[in-house]
Design a protein around this ligand. Structure first.
Ligand code: 5BU
Length: 278
């Protein structure tokens, strides 16, 4: 079996049994988009406006639902309607980091009830494998998928070296629920394994992507879609402010043009990678 990074998204969709991973790969192929837009805005009206504007260009919308100051449960219904209208999946970037029992409650309950609507969520590996056990007790029966934070995009991140290797080992032991990583490069071959890297196909979703800036004043670092997808072999580019700026006062045409620009850059980088490897 050839390594996953040399296959098309459609070929990889057939290799996955987790429903969220399969659906994401199929959506990427159908829409010819490996773009995920991260919608980090504080007002519900801005949130819905940005999503409705970028929806046609994305495979995935990433949320931080706890940022929204006028949150109400009906917002989730609107989000679900937009997900159907524009054909994208939803990823709540919750970054769980507690003991299994607590994360199971945070995932299923509270005001946001994340597991009910978010196809994909993520967790820090810092507590050890019990965090996966806790989250999968809620998410697996619902067909959800989990990403482990193997690396971060920020300057001075501590998620490097043996920490990253342990994250990959934890994922390998829970391949039914852990569908991949938040990381800055492919994780194939990271951490000693008796599983041939040809057999595993973890998805790599990568934040810290920008075309017009190399970072912000708070430690964020940006790379281009070409660096991320072609050079580093990642699967999905996650872009926030590069597409909608501050997110209020959205000029629809500008945001659409930026979304299409990133979609195209991400897709061209993927095609280049496949052509080089096939
Ligand atoms: P930006 O506006 O493109 O910088 O937003 C990036 C988003 O990705 C934002 O929601 C962060 O919380 C998220 N992120 C990140 O930037 N870097 C990381 O390593 C991780 C998440 Br994990």
């Amino acid at each position: 079996m050839p390594p996953a990074y040399s296959l098309t998204y459609a070929q990889r969709a057939e290799r996955h049994s987790n429903p969220a991973a399969k659906a994401l790969l199929e959506t990427i192929e159908r829409k010819k988009s490996n773009l995920c837009v991260s919608v980090d805005v504080a007002k519900r009206a801005d949130f819905l406006r940005v999503i409705d504007t970028v929806g046609p260009y994305v495979c995935l919308i990433k949320t931080h639902v706890d940022i929204i100051e006028d949150f109400e449960p009906a917002l989730i219904e609107r989000l679900n309607e937009l997900s159907i209208k524009h054909d994208f999946l939803i990823f709540e970037d919750r970054k769980f980091a507690d003991i299994g029992n607590t994360v199971a409650l945070q995932y299923s309950s509270g005001v946001h009830k994340i597991a009910q609507w978010s196809h994909i969520t993520n967790a820090h590996p810092v507590p050890g494998p019990s965090i996966i056990v806790g989250l999968s007790s809620v998410g697996l029966p619902l067909g959800r998928g989990l990403l482990l934070l193997a690396e971060m995009s920020t300057k001075g991140s501590l998620a490097t070296g043996s920490y990253t290797e342990e994250a990959v080992r934890m994922a390998r032991a829970h391949r039914d629920f852990v569908i991949g990583f938040i990381a800055q490069r492919r994780m194939d071959g990271v951490g000693a394994s008796d599983v041939s890297s040809d057999e595993e196909d973890f998805l790599v979703l990568t934040p810290g992507v920008g075309l017009d800036s190399r970072g912000d004043s708070m430690g964020q670092q940006y790379r281009t879609p070409d660096e991320v997808v072609f050079e580093s072999g990642c699967d999905v580019i996650i872009v926030g402010r590069g597409i909608y700026g501050k997110g209020n006062d959205v000029d629809t045409q500008t945001v659409q043009a930026q979304a299409e620009r990133y979609r195209k850059e991400g897709w061209v980088a993927y095609e280049k990678r496949i052509a080089r490897l096939s």
